[in-house]
Design a binder for this molecule. Sequence first.
Ligand SMILES: [Mg+2]
Length: 297
Amino acid sequence: MIATDHAVAAYLGLAIGDALGSTVEFMTPREIVAKYQVHDQLIGGGWLHLKPGQVTDDTTMALALGESILKQGKVDALAAAQAFDGWMRAKPVDIGNTVRRNLLQFRKTGNPAAPYSDHDAGNGAAMRLLPVALATLGQPEESVRAASRAQAHVTHHCALSDAACECLVMMVQDALRGASKNELLHRHAHPLAARHPEFKFRAVRQQSNPSGYVADTMQAVFQSFFDTDDFRGCLIDVVNRGGDADTTGAIAGMLAGALYGLEAIPKVWLGALDDNILRACEAQTHALLEASNTFLS
Ligand SMILES: [Mg+2]
């Protein structure tokens, strides 16, 4: 049985983490302390000059991906590529370099899989994968992993990105099935670090000012997620590290939402989130769960 409210919380957690983190994106922890002491409100601003509660590419690409899945009735690489291309044409507030380059390549070739490159190890595929986790709930692990790679490869065709994405998809699904934080640690996070030492997040310096490199991102997210005990604490811990804070916030918010559920999300953050985004995330969660044919509780 899947707890629907935890799935909704994962999507809203993604959006809230994105909106919260965007204010301090590219700042160092020291700069954040000087300006805010602790940054803990959805006030917009940042280098993108956002409105309070406004989200960035992390959330809007996830919504575009989810729409393509609902339209196709499955995770489909070509449909995802077309959805991302349409998203780019609509002039999003923010777009990553790897995303832009490989979507321009898709326009030329029509091939929805980017060429393989170990250099495309950014966090751009990981930040938007939640719809895949929701749509493939209940499917065999190999199909879930294949779906994860199909969406990721549109812009990031890279072994490290794949490993992170598949780990996150499995973690979200496991959390929605009721796994504890400790189970997520031992079933997913530690095995990922064992297979790919780049992702080791224990016995390494606290990851502050994390870059867009997916291993930096995952280290920060894992340290914050596993070393805090509630939704609010996790998000405040991760975004105050600065760096690629909208994306660390988005990914940590997704995991924390899936684990702790809707009740754990501060009302003041829900109230401050862009209303249209809030409604879109809620509606898409329900539609994707329904499409996944999962038994809902
Ligand atoms: Mg962003």
